[in-house]
Design a protein. Structure first.
Lengths: 148, 116
């Protein structure tokens, strides 16, 4: 296992800015790829980040993403200022969505986002306060054996 | 199958990526729903879609598609094209509708991203 330096990067996401939606995740992907991390792991991190980023663009006013890396895990945390999620259990079910027509026209809003983050992450914690915002904590192990 | 084969089979215009036409792929996926692409695709697929916005290029890049084929004669936005060039993501455009484009590829042995 190649030892890697600890790393931390912060990014801002603007809600409603569909033109830029996905830019942060592409940047995250580039950073991880340039570090020589296993491409399969980079892809999972990028997909999870992208789904979370799209949620911020679609539903929230703004969001802050922090990418942290240590020799064992990739951690992506995202905190948004937005409406929050009324029923997290419902939102985690495939196909459940509150998307608008505009979101669907963009190719999103099928109710697959949160379940897909869970699928790609080794650990996914979602916290939300209605009227305040939602926070995502996405953890992906760098070693297949796992362990945080 | 190579991207050159795809261009011939689908009578597609190569909008970007003439230098990548000899690259090969095994699996393809077709959807206008980027949510499905994100959830179901595999690395290296040929992505067929009628959704020609910038998001389709970003999604293809995130899931590491080999190339994008826009159906129904769709073409990328200027921003989408710039992103494709930056990320070396070949873009083809066929006048065929989705069903025919997929059928032609399937008939030539290209299997779907969900097949294995």
């Amino acid at each position: 296992m190649v030892s890697r330096h600890n790393l931390s990067h912060a990014f801002e996401i603007k809600g409603g800015d569909f033109g830029k939606a996905g830019c942060v995740s592409l940047e995250i992907k580039e950073i991880l790829r340039d570090l020589g991390i296993d491409p399969a792991i980079v892809r999972r991190a990028a997909i999870a980040a992208y789904e979370a980023e799209m949620n911020v663009v679609m539903y929230a006013e703004s969001g802050k993403v922090v990418l942290r890396l240590n020799p064992k895990v990739i951690r992506i945390t995202l905190e948004d200022q937005g409406p929050g999620i009324h029923d997290i259990e419902m939102a985690m079910q495939e196909g459940y969505t509150t998307a608008t027509d505009q979101m669907r026209e963009m190719g999103f809003g099928a109710g697959m986002g949160l379940p897909n983050i869970k699928k790609n992450a080794d650990r996914f914690e979602l916290k939300s306060k209605v009227g305040k915002g939602t926070s995502y904590n996405i953890i992906i192990h760098l070693n297949p054996e796992g362990g945080t | 199958m190579t991207l050159r084969d795809v261009a011939e089979l689908l009578k597609a215009e190569v909008i970007f990526g003439k230098q990548h036409l000899d690259e090969e792929f095994e699996l393809a996926g077709a959807s206008d729903l980027m949510s499905d692409v994100l959830a179901l695709s595999r690395p290296g697929i040929l992505l067929l879609t009628g959704l020609a916005n910038t998001q389709s290029v970003r999604t293809a890049e995130i899931v590491e598609a080999k190339a994008i084929v826009y159906v129904r004669g769709r073409r990328p936005s200027q921003e989408g094209l710039e992103l494709a060039e930056k990320n070396k993501m070949p873009i083809l455009s066929t006048k065929f509708l989705m069903y025919k484009a997929c059928g032609l590829l399937y008939g030539r042995g290209v299997r779907g991203m969900g097949d294995r």
